[in-house]
Design a protein around this ligand. Sequence first.
Ligand code: DGJ
Length: 731
Amino acid sequence: MKRFFILFLVTTMTLAAHAAAGKTIRISTNATDLILQVGENGRLYQAYFGERLLNATEADAFSWEAGRGSDGGATKRGWDVMSGNGNEDYYEPAIAIMHNDGNPSTYLYYETHVQTAVEGGTETVVTLKDDKYPVTVKLHYVAYTQENVFKSWTEIVHHEKKPISMQQYASSMLYFSHLNYYLTQFACDWAKEVQMTTEQLSAGKKVLDTKLGVRSCMVMDPFFEVGFDQPAQEQQGKVLMGTLGWTGNFRFTFEVDNAGNLRVISGINPYASNYELAPGKVFTTPEAIFTLSYHGTSEGSRNFHDWARAYSLKDGQGDRMTLLNNWENTYFDFDQEKLSGLMKEAKTLGVDMFLLDDGWFGNGDNARNSDHAGLGDWDVNHAKLPGGLPALTKAAEDAGVKFGLWIEPEMVNPCSELYAQHKDWVIEYPNRESYYYRNQLVLDLANPKVQDYVYGVVENILKDNPEVAYFKWDCNSPIVNIYSPYLGSKGQNQLYIDHIRGLYNVLERVKKNYPDTPMMLCSGGGSRCDYEALKYFTEFWCSDDTEPVERCYIQWGFSQFFPIKSMCAHVTDWNRKASIKFRTDVASMCKLGFDLGLKGLSADELAYCQQAIKNWNRLKPAILDGDLYRLVSPYETNHMAVVEVTKDKNKAVLFSYDLHPRFSEKVVPVRLQGLDPQRTYRVEEINLMPGQQSWMRGNGQTFSGDYLMKVGLDTFSASDMTSRVVEITAE
Ligand code: DGJ
């Protein structure tokens, strides 16, 4: 009877699949169509992904990409939307399952699909089923109509008797047929984030991945650009820009096949993670997020920025606070009096908030007087701060600034009370000598008790000190000594994934209970910067590298994917050979903050900073919520320029930097973008030092938008590390 039922089921499914042959699913934004089509065999193929078609009808189907096949017709191989292991496609699969009977193949057939309206666009859910095993895969695609951004993720569920072992579980698989492909990647290290390099892809695979667990972007960032038929350009050409919303190990695979077609697979890196999925449990992959631009990366970035502010980034439409941080000013060496003094300095400077960094907690032998001790012991250090957090928040209130606090709650120093009491809460081998990254270890967030503890760090602070208005949430170590005591000897394959899910449980609780508390995502600089984390964080710390010339490259790089309002940039003493004006002008193109002492500033420098902060506050609508146009690249010249334009094109701010130009170098005007050519704009150089005259030709005059975009402004010079900020106002 049971055998008959299975036979009936299989036959029905096969018939249903054939019945659907030729069915198309059109997933559209205003600019792009992704078209899927059910093949004769009932499998689902990518038929088209590109510029939006006028007639996406079945009449045009003969010319679609999948119709050309991938192998000159040698097999029936097409562009399977979720290619499974062991099928006739002998390239990298998107999904790979070992079934209970030891069969390692997955063939997925179209079952149904539904399309519904969601905020900002449409969601399409396609259900695929294996014809021989009770495995269901749901593909989710959200297409954001205006922003031309797609999100896709996968749900996998099965009803085999025992858990299946999943070796691959991608979030997205996309195919392209062009003559040439150029990959731009963003390599990293501490203080060397987002270093952009481009290479041509040739036959075979190029993989971008990391295995760092939590400080997961330390060596490679989770985003990429693919230029078609030419390297990705700022202003023109077709380019795919993609990223993964996952705060752990990621992997992007770019494979050029025998027919010269490219497949791009995005997902969790399955390294050491053959995931055991229990019957009936749903495995949900992270979101792959991508856009196709037909006018270069500049447009692609604006797609991402608009989408993030509207639908993804925490408080994406909200305001941001300027701040004074104490880290580089004091490091661990401070007391109540010193901090109270700095709060007054914050007020004098004119910023919104004072941010107390590392070193305020731990007591006795575990006092956090260096990075060797204290992580895990979140009681105020009584020797340094006898009045505790209440005295600090009171001092901030008296000074007239908000108070923010640094925490690193996912970590523990072996030299701490927490470690002494809960060694079993720590990711560490039971039988090997541990090695440490920055003298610390990672707490085991697969363990719900540890999740409670980490959440409790935030709750305990805010319960007693609701005046704490902001957190800087740091994460300075990758996962090392990879063994979860909680998951035990049978569960280590789940560690990398369950750990990140545990982190999201914590962050979800924080967001739910403290929705209005802004938080900065930090990871030894910019080693965490993904769109899932940024659902919980209003901004991220791009890098500890605040040397202003290097920062130009870093800001250029991160702005490819992230909106300016999410990118924290602080003025520090890194490179005091650069003027305070240059350092501040560089930070001003992002979310402005300071991390220095006012005692090191002359009266003129202080006056300059105070005015620059006022200017920044006034120009927030353009800087934080406007359209970013990257005009001149530091990778191609000795200069950099960007302009930020309000959506109504009434106001724009031009940031123009001379990095290390050559002596007497020829410079040309900077041509603006994004203005209304028909309107008249007044241009005025701002952020001048007291007594400094602007030498910019046309300063204070009016020009048409057309002139400013075709002729431009003379803002570059051949002087080392100089800058100009120009306010552009429609008359
Ligand atoms: C690394 C961060 O990037 C720094 O800004 C600072 O917060 C230190 N950690 C503190 O330990």
